[in-house]
Ligand binder design. Sequence first.
Ligand code: CA
Length: 464
Amino acid sequence: MLHWLSFFYLNCFMLSIYSQAPDRAFLHRSNDPTGRCQYTFTVASPEESTCSGSNTKPEIDGVVSRLTLLEALVSRMIAGADRGDGTGAGPNSKDGLQEAYSHVTRERNQLQQDKESLNKQVQEMQRRLTELNQEAESLRQKPCLQTHATSGAQHENRPISDPRYNQGNGAYQEMKAEVTEVPASHLLPGGYHNFTGCGELRSVGEPVLHRKADSIMGKYGVWLQDPKPQGSIYTNMTVWRIDAVGKDVRQLFAYDDMDQFTRGFPMKVLVLPEPLESTGATLYQGSLYYQRRRSRTLIRYDLTSETLALRTDLPHAGFHGQFPYSWGGYTDIDLAVDEQGLWAIYSTTKAKGAIVISQLDPESLEVKKSWETNIRKNTVANAFMVCGRLYTVASYTATNTTINYVFDTATGEGRALSVPFKNKYRYNSMVDYNHAKRKLYAWDNFHMVTYDVRLGRVTQGSRA
Ligand code: CA
């Protein structure tokens, strides 16, 4: 062992001697501090005759660190090769592919569904086009009427004294423009154009803007015209308005006519004896009917004498947020007027939130008869009565919604319905019917609008 060590040191010494000779390359073999054998190639520098010795340490450190990096790189490459793929992502990559595949499958299924739905829409539009063509053909075959007569039919409920329609040629131009703007939804088959009697709701026209409230107090409210005015002060031209925002709502604005209403010039402001709640008030035979704040008390306020004519409770009616419409706003008790008189639309604990309709005596406010429907009040946006039938509006925010339910008090039965209805301003807080004008009045997000409605004869198939 000693002999082998001596030979080794001698050998190392000889190698180190040779390594100092210029222009020669040597292999140096020696033990490192841990006892492992190390090989070193030595190549003489062409410029330097000797090594300073003090600068070799950083160079060696640099080489060692580069080697370490290389080793790490090779290890990673070998590991990747062992996994048998070029990406180095392994099982995760498989999962990723599966997820991408199922995503593409879902997309394809969705596209197929969309395609089917679009096909259905195309078929429906083709069907409607055929109907409209038939309607146009039948109109062409009818004898041509005078333009004035046609216009008159479109505005048969407009008062003759309305100055806008008695101005000769100028008025004629206006009428002509309005007639051409009748929406296509009014061109229904079945001859409803001239139907003026009581019947079922067939269509609702586009909202027509009359006034936009100019303060936050007008976000929601009630505005109406009396379909059956009494007394000498107010007429069926008078427009009434209540801004319903606030805790002490008592101001009732009266306007001479629609023109003054649109301009924003009230003729009078009446102060109600009790504060009003919500947007369910209505006008009938010279009285304002409304729900007193935080109560089920109904009030009849006489417009001519400006006095409280009557106050009485609506038995069992929920109030102040117990059974509101879907938009809330304490819309628990909604009063309505139609061809058959005065109605209350509300709910009770006994009805468990389903809409209850009661016909009221306009003088005494006594309940004459009640009906319980099978539609929940808080699932609909609003309701109104036409010819003894209750109609509900599906949404108060959707631009394109529907009248989705009808309940006939004559038969005591209700059924689903789908008559298109527009909430143009997307926050419709009041919808009421005026049978004298045959229009719906609505308050949609500061905007006071009306809609023409078209009724049709009750057919056997459509009976509720
Ligand atoms: Ca209503």
